[in-house]
Every structure is written in C-alpha cells, then in structure tokens.
Ligand binder design. Structure first.
Ligand code: NDP
Ligand code: GDR
Length: 375
C-alpha cells in the first residue's frame, strides 16, 4: 500500500517541491489549496493529474488553516500517514501589517491540525511535521544557532511560529504523537515568492537587463542570512518523519552572506558588475562593467540599486547562521546545492522570463511586469 501524505501549503515553494518528491517516492499526495479569486496553483500545475485517471496519485482539496471543521473533515477522509504543515502567512514584513491573521494561521493552524489528529484517534497512525523557522532565534543568543540555542522572536510571524513550535513539542510529550519541528533557515529557489529578498533581487536584475525595470529598491542590505536551496530542505522534511523517534532538527548550510553580497552575486550572473557607495539611507549601487550580450539594456554608470526605508522592519533579525551538525550526524543529511549555484539558477530562470516579456513587448504585446512594493 502506498503511503498517504497531506501537505498544507502545497501551492507554495516548499509544498510544490515536497509534493514532487513524495510522488517520486510512490506516495499518494493530498494538498490543501486556498480558494482565491484567481488561480493560485501555478507551482503545482505541472504535477496536476486528471482526477478521472484511474491511477491518480495527486489530489488537491479546498481548505484553510483558519477553518477547524474543514481541516478535521479532510483528515478524517484522507487518513494520512504523514502531515506536513507548511501552510503559513510566511512573510515576516507582512506579519507586522497583519499580526492577528498571522497568529491565526501560523500558530492556531498548527494547533488545529494536532487537535484534529487527536480528536480523530489518529495519534498512533499520523506523523506530523511542523515548518518551524530560524526566525525563532531572532535576536540571536549564540552563533551559530543550533537546536539548544534559546529563542528570541522579533516579529509577529516569529512569535506565532514559536507557539506552533512549542505546541508541536507539547503534543509529542503529552500524547506520544510522532510530531517534530524542522527549524529551517532561509531556503530559496526559482519558485521563491517574488517579495522575498533573494527572488526580488534576481527578478529585478533580469528585468533591468531587458529594460523592463529601472531600479531595485531594498531595505537592510547588511542583514546576514544562511541561504540554502528548497530542494535540499524538503528532502530533509521527509527524512525527519522516517525516524524511530520524533525529534527536532536545525536545517541550514552553515554559511552566511549579506543581502548586499547576494545583490552583487545576482548582478554578476546577469552580466552586471555593481559597486556600492554611500552609507545607510544614501547607499547606491552603480554599474562599473556590463556584458551587454546578457544585459542589453544596461550601461556603465547606471544606478541600479537604492535604499528605500519603507523596506526596513520595525524590528530586524540582523544575523542568522545555522549549525546543521545534528541533522548530519543523526540523519546523514547534508545540503548539496551552494548559494552560488542557487543564485545562478534563479537568475537564469528570471532572465528567461524577462527575455520572453521583452520580446512580447517589442512586438506590441504590452506585458505589465508587476513590481511588488510590499516586502
Ligand atoms: P510560501 O509562502 O511559498 O507558501 C506558503 C503556503 O501557505 C502557500 O501554499 C499558501 O497558499 C499557504 N497558505 C497561506 N495562508 C494559508 C491559510 N490561511 N490556510 C492554508 N494555507 C495557507 O512559503 P514557503 O514554501 O517558503 O515556506 C513553507 C513553510 O515553511 C511556511 O510555513 C514558512 O513559514 C516556513 N519556512 C520557510 C522558510 C523559507 O526560507 N522558505 C524557512 C523556514 C520556515 P497560497 O499559495 O494560496 O498563498
Ligand atoms: P526573512 O526573508 O525575513 O528572513 O524570512 P526575506 O527574504 O523577506 O528577508 C531577508 C532579509 O533581507 C532583508 N531585506 C529585505 N527583505 C525583503 N523581503 N524585501 C526587501 O526589499 C529587503 N531589503 C532587505 C530583510 O530585512 C531580512 O533581513 C524568510 C521567510 O521565508 C520566512 O517564512 C522564514 O521563516 C525565514 O525566511 C527563515
């Protein structure tokens, strides 16, 4: 019998990679998608299967982490062996604008699933994975951060995720459930949402290279992050549910770079060399060399990066660096994709899209490239 998995947040970055990964392993995969006024399944459309197909293995269900009866009914109908709770209002900056909604989804959502598992008597059958985060460390107490490092969350998002972390531990300790936390550091990919900083940067340089955008506006470029690739991280999410005993693990690369360094790296992949001058709010990034075979619309001397204080956060997480040695030692997990390789992949993907948009525009099809100003 194929194992059955239920993924919340299946339409997101991690959910889509995890669904692919589990389907390849022979799982029957169920995902929860939200009702929206326009389609939001772009990241999983390529694995969609016609439900009339006799051997269909991938199923999408409408649902929401704020809706207890919906979650309980889905768990009752699906009877999953494994639940991956990846659904969340996952944007740290947005959580300052919508703190209550963020708490409802990110904190209470985890509780609702755990309670449904218990209510339905599935404690011994259903294993639970909670998408915890390095944001829990916030104002860091120790460098690098490991499983035993104290938490000090710095945003409504991180505080909500802290509740979810502890309620997962609590249900494991109280009811003997197989429930665990992956404390994942930032991970990215070409499927990363456009308002997270890495994708915002790679997409902006691709658009700038093809004359679709003029300037990239950023907040705190001194922030340091430990960036890995989502594909490596979803493999670990699955590994965590295959152990004899449930446990919590830090998942990270053990290396960090600044946002500014990621900007330079992305620009380089788009054929552009950037030098930064000025300080704090006045800092600008100017082009000092360009390969116009890659970036035909860019010239030396162009100012392509500026600081916009709107992107500063009320409280910032300045530095995150993970120590993944427990995962390496106990599970044999190591990340395979470096930040340099990931950045190159993201820029290449965005350059291909920008090239297509520019071509359409040239031929009179005015494609509006949405430049998101939130986040
Ligand atoms: P995304 O933002 O790409 O995906 C979030 C998913 O959650 C989407 O499918 C979204 O649906 C869904 N969602 C949002 N609100 C609700 C709701 N009310 N009910 C049900 N589903 C909802 O995030 P990632 O894939 O990057 O991250 C996955 C998880 O891991 C998240 O919980 C995130 O907080 C956490 N995490 C992520 C890290 C990272 O660096 N990527 C690091 C550490 C933790 P829709 O598509 O309709 O918006
Ligand atoms: P983060 O990711 O907050 O770490 O949360 P994000 O990419 O949004 O920010 C990383 C750092 O870059 C700085 N920054 C900017 N960020 C955004 N989004 N936009 C900007 O213009 C900008 N300029 C500078 C930020 O201030 C921050 O320091 C991500 C999410 O995936 C969470 O869900 C997850 O839990 C954590 O990673 C680990």
């Amino acid at each position: 019998m194929a194992k059955v998995a239920l993924i919340t947040g299946v339409t997101g970055q991690d959910g889509s990679y995890l669904a692919e990964f589990l389907l390849e392993k022979g799982y029957e995969v169920h995902g929860i998608k939200r009702r929206a006024s326009s389609l939001n399944t772009e990241r999983v459309d390529h694995i969609y299967q016609d439900l009339h197909q006799i051997d269909a293995k991938f199923f999408l269900h409408y649902g929401d982490l704020t809706d207890t009866s919906n979650l309980t009914r889905l768990l009752k109908d699906i009877q999953p062996d494994e639940v991956y709770n990846l659904g969340a209002q996952s944007h740290v900056a947005v959580s300052f604008d919508s703190p209550e909604y963020t708490a409802d989804v990110d904190a209470m959502g985890a509780l609702r699933i755990l309670e449904a598992i218990r209510f339905l008597g599935l404690e011994k059958k259903t294993r639970f994975y909670q998408a915890s985060t390095s944001e829990l460390y916030g104002e860091v107490q120790e460098i690098p951060q490991k499983e035993t490092t104290p938490f000090h969350p710095r945003s409504p998002y991180a505080v909500a995720k802290m509740y979810a972390y502890w309620i997962t531990v609590n249900y494991r300790e109280s009811y003997g459930m197989y429930a665990c936390n992956g404390i994942l550091f930032n991970h990215e990919s070409p499927r990363r949402g456009e308002t997270f900083v890495t994708r915002k940067i790679t997409r902006a340089f691709a658009n700038i290279a093809h004359g679709l955008e003029n300037c990239l506006y950023l907040g705190n470029m001194d922030a340091l992050r430990d960036w890995g690739h989502a594909k490596d991280y979803v493999r670990m999410q699955w590994m965590m549910l295959q152990q004899e005993v449930a446990d919590d693990f830090v998942i990270a690369t053990g290396k960090q770079i600044s946002v500014r360094e990621f900007v330079k790296m992305s620009a380089q992949n788009a054929g552009i060399t950037i030098e930064f001058t000025g300080s704090a709010l006045e800092e600008i990034g100017t082009v000092t060399a360009v390969d116009q075979s890659i970036a035909p619309e860019v010239n030396v001397g162009d100012v392509l990066v500026k600081v916009d204080p709107r992107y500063f956060r009320p409280a910032e997480v300045e530095t995150l660096l993970g120590d993944p040695s427990k995962a390496k030692k106990l599970l044999g997990w190591t990340p395979e994709i470096t930040v340099e390789e990931m950045c190159a992949e993201m820029v290449e993907n965005d350059l291909n899209k920008a090239k297509q948009h520019a071509l359409l525009k040239k031929h009179g099809f005015d494609i509006a490239v949405a430049i998101e100003n939130q986040g």
